[in-house]
Write a protein that binds this ligand. Structure first.
Ligand SMILES: [Zn+2]
Length: 424
């Protein structure tokens, strides 16, 4: 089993300077190697018999790839001797990152999912370097021994669990200083087994990622959305205005930048803690948790403008949706549903199952009759059976029903079929 533990480093000034210099040097080299890849790719991506008629013919050269670029490090250290200061493994890890970024762009990852064009990194975007290997006994009291950097003080706030060995260390520069992330491995402990739990009416719940509520459960429990962001927002706006007023490149502006970064960091941490606490609560409730397979991007998209026959613009609900977008972004719901909740569930030997949410907001959870609602309608009022429920609660019950295959919604079914045929 692999674990990752993060600790705060307390380097002295000399160590700080050295790490920051390393990051700069690694970034230059990263950008250079990436440019080399782009260059070759631009010149060689079409086959020779399909070249456009008017084109410059590039000088043939070998395609830059991982091992070739790794070999170039030897020459680099000869040409630019200051690169000898960086540990060899750290340099190699940088080359690996170029390789990964480029491969994901051209070929995609293991699932064939392609990423966007890799960017050249600015100082703010290159913040991590890593040792591919460290000695298992690198921790000595409250200090950690890192090759070339020496002994660095750190806050050892939680001990390495028994049986785990330190495999890898990466160092990250954050708004409030340097952190080390240790990858720990214990081969004797197997990865968490995925238990084969059959969802039943009793052992499962459905949850609806809400707008009014952070989540609503099918058992009626509602968890309010975090308001951290809104609370800090005023502070954020003031700081941003102040920062904008200062001339670019001035010392005052730089200081304000740092304050802003720290505020963002604080909000992110509060949010993360909130997510973990909610995930714990939900995992305690049931063995199987049904969640909607949410395409948040769709929900954040702007509404289409509406016009009447004279070409006058009609209200299109965008303003109410904008307020909604904000609390949605605020709550960071997709990270919660896609990462944190499944992680917590797996740790507890439980299961998170995604269901197609089509129709779950537009039907009655009791009799499954269609109850059309606008985004502003907060209640499900069924004229068929008289069910009167808050909208999000109603959706949560329907999500559970769809998950359990009880009384499938016609609408949801047909869409599901269409979608899966598209995917395959
Ligand atoms: Zn009904």
């Amino acid at each position: 089993m692999l674990l990752a533990y993060q600790y705060k480093l307390l380097p002295n000034n000399q160590q700080k300077q050295r790490m920051s210099k390393w990051l700069d040097m690694l970034r230059y080299q990263y950008n250079y190697l990436l440019a080399d890849r782009f260059d070759w790719w631009q010149n060689n991506r079409c086959p020779i018999n399909a070249c456009p008629l008017i084109t410059s013919i590039p000088e043939p050269r070998e395609q830059p790839e991982y091992y070739g670029q790794k070999r170039s490090l030897v020459q680099l250290k000869k040409d630019r001797p200051w690169y000898q200061d960086i540990h060899a493994h750290v340099l190699q890890e940088m080359v690996k990152r170029v390789d990964l970024a480029f491969k994901r762009f051209i070929k995609g990852d293991a699932n064939g999912k392609r990423s966007g064009k890799p960017r050249f990194k600015s100082q703010n975007r290159y913040r991590t370097f890593a040792y591919q290997e460290v000695k298992p006994d690198c921790i000595q009291g409250n200090k950690i021994q890192l090759p070339k950097l020496g002994l660095i003080k750190f806050i050892y706030h939680r001990p390495i669990p028994d049986g785990f060995k330190i495999k890898r260390a990466s160092i990250t520069k954050k708004a409030d200083g340097y952190y080390v992330t240790l990858t720990l491995e214990d081969k004797s402990v197997p990865d968490v087994p995925t238990l084969d739990i059959k969802p039943t009416e009793k052992n499962s719940i459905g949850i609806d990622a809400g707008l009014e509520y952070f989540v609503a459960c099918s058992d009626g429990a509602m968890i309010n959305p975090p308001k951290f962001y809104r609370q800090s927002e005023e502070k954020l706006v003031k700081l941003q205005q102040k920062q904008q007023a200062r001339p670019k490149g001035s010392k005052a502006r730089r200081k304000l930048n740092q304050q802003l970064a720290k505020l963002h960091q604080k909000i992110a941490r509060q949010r993360k803690q909130f997510h973990f606490e909610v995930a714990d609560k939900l995992v305690d409730k049931a063995d199987v948790i049904f969640v909607e397979d949410l395409k948040v991007a769709n929900m954040m998209r702007r509404n289409k403008p509406k016009q009447d026959e004279n070409g006058n613009y009609l209200p299109n609900n965008q303003s109410s949706k904008s307020g909604l977008n904000k609390s949605f972004a605020d709550a960071g719901i997709s990270g919660f549903l896609n990462e944190i909740l499944p992680y917590k569930a797996a740790k507890a030997g439980k299961k998170v199952i995604k269901v197609n949410p089509a129709g779950t907001s537009q039907h009655c959870s009791n009799c499954l009759a269609k109850v059309p609602k606008d985004l502003s309608d907060r209640w499900n009022i069924c004229s068929n059976c008289g069910t009167f429920l808050p909208r999000d609660w109603n959706s949560a019950i329907l999500i559970k029903k769809v998950g359990l295959d009880i009384g499938l919604l016609k609408n949801a079914n047909s869409r599901k079929g269409r979608r899966s045929s598209h995917c395959s």
